[in-house]
Write a protein that binds this ligand. Structure first.
Ligand SMILES: *Cc1c(COP(=O)(O)O)cnc(C)c1O
Length: 463
């Protein structure tokens, strides 16, 4: 047997804290009141009533001093802002795409690309759905088809690349509906809804080759692409000595184009990107952005926002930065393991996904176990997570029935560069407390349901 290595050097963040923001500690009675008012939906809580906010890593990042300095040199000209050209240069440099249109968020870019590429009756295969992505594909007339590998639907499967596409599933769809009905295959990584799980470069190459053969385009939701590149570097043979920048560039090279929510990898508070190699698509998007977002040199953003994005792009590829971010998520996972708390394995890139089906096996899926668990954790400690289960999955547009996803999860998402290890400890202790009392927990009833993306605004009552 190989000798076990005992000495392990830990890591620390490659930055120190310069500005602090106080957070409020509340009592159980305060939280009971706040949760009731919010219809037991953590999206409807006031941020003021939250102690540690793990709702999302979207736009909740702490910017660096360089990014803040960049905010002061915003060129707020209506047309041709200097910051736009700096950002465009960095889009070319890091994503390798020659053409670029700015947008105010990722979903604005998703709206444009879906309207441009999709026709009524089309199909979009993808490695699991993402809420806004699928909705824009559906609004443009397409049906989304999940072609992720089966392992992604099993929260305990330790496959290192659970974000991979199953080419057999893709091929089955192509033979059923024909390549002409598939304007593009959509890949994202790490896959948010699968628990922050990456795809491998090998899989991407195979998908790209398949698509080329069938003359189907390949588009990339590159919102968290740097985290995917980090996992490739850590886990895939042949990439250990490549930089994140090199891996990111190689990944992007297989796609015709991509969109990015800058609120993630780029560590800003707002922003989005649409970038492509296809000049025709670019021209259409550049025309469309004027209708929905603003002139093509600002796309709904201020000059200062574009400057912060451009600087953020330079920081997002720094290895130590991603290592500290993912290291914090891993630390949380390892602490949870000590209490035997069920969550998705392997530990994902941006979040821990508690397995609510295992946590609360006595609550039926139509009584919203994950929604319930997120509410209970908030009630215990003021830690805010969110539901990723039947509420997020929504209703089937054809039958109007609930979609029953295999995974019923509570997502604890870590804002970049915001919380310390002590915050993570407090969070884990609270979840452990809820776990000890789990048998007493009852489910929820939905009392208000909006038509679109119901998880944002739906309201619930205790049963
Ligand atoms: C956040 C996100 C989006 C949507 O971006 P917004 O900026 O929130 O509009 C799309 N895809 C993925 C993978 C995301 O994480």
């Amino acid at each position: 047997m190989a000798k076990k290595k005992i000495l392990k050097r830990s890591w620390a963040e490659p930055f120190k804290i310069k500005v602090v923001e106080p957070i409020k500690m509340t009592t159980r009675a305060d939280r009971e009141k706040a949760a009731k008012e919010a219809g037991y939906n953590t999206f409807l809580l006031k941020s003021e009533d939250v102690y540690i906010d793990l709702l999302t890593d979207s736009g909740t990042n702490a910017m660096s001093d360089r990014q803040w300095a960049g905010m002061m040199i915003g060129d707020e000209a209506y047309a041709g802002s200097r910051n736009f050209y700096y950002l465009w240069d960095n889009v070319k440099k890091f994503y390798g795409m020659p053409y670029f249109v700015p947008a105010h968020q990722g979903r604005a870019a998703e709206h444009m690309i879906s309207q441009i590429l999709i026709k009524q009756g089309d199909y979009i295969p993808g490695n699991m759905y993402f809420t806004t992505t699928r909705l824009h594909q559906e609004l443009a007339g397409a049906t989304f088809v999940d072609v992720i590998i089966d392992e992604a639907h099993d929260p305990l499967n330790e496959h290192p690349f659970k974000g991979n596409v199953d080419i057999k599933k893709l091929d089955k769809l192509v033979s059923e509906v024909g390549a002409k009905k598939i304007p593009y295959v959509c890949m994202a990584g790490p896959v948010n809804m699968a628990g922050g799980q990456p795809f491998s470069m090998k899989n991407l190459k195979e998908v790209a080759q398949y698509c080329k053969q069938k003359k189907i385009k390949l588009w990339f939701d590159a919102t968290r692409a740097c985290e995917n590149a980090y996992f490739i570097k850590e886990r895939e043979k042949g990439y250990a000595n490549k930089t994140v920048t090199q891996i990111l560039k190689e990944m992007c090279s297989y796609f015709e184009g991509l969109w990015v929510s800058a609120k993630k990898d780029l560590m800003v508070n707002i922003g989005g990107i649409l970038a492509t190699k296809n000049k025709k698509v670019f021209e259409q998007a550049r025309n469309m952005v004027v209708v929905y977002e603003g002139l093509h040199t600002y796309g709904g953003l201020a000059g200062r926002d574009m400057e912060a994005m451009a600087v953020g792009m330079e920081e997002m590829v720094e290895y130590d930065n991603i290592k500290a971010r993912i290291g914090q998520v891993e630390y949380c996972g390892h602490q949870l393991e000590k209490y035997g708390i069920p969550f998705v394995k392997p530990i994902g890139g941006h979040a821990i996904f508690l397995d609510a089906k295992k946590f609360l096996p006595h609550i039926k899926q139509d009584q919203f176990p994950a929604q319930t668990l997120a509410a209970e954790i908030y009630l215990d400690s003021g830690v805010r997570g969110m539901e990723r289960g039947i509420v997020s999955a929504g209703r089937d547009p054809e039958t109007g029935k609930h979609r029953y996803p295999k995974l019923e999860l509570v997502r604890l998402t870590f804002p970049r560069r915001v919380y310390t290890q002590a915050h993570i400890d407090v969070t884990v202790e609270s979840i452990a407390e809820v776990y000890d009392n789990r048998k007493k927990i009852k489910g929820l009833k939905m009392i208000y349901e909006p038509k679109y993306l119901r998880f944002f605004q739906g309201r619930f009552e205790r049963i």
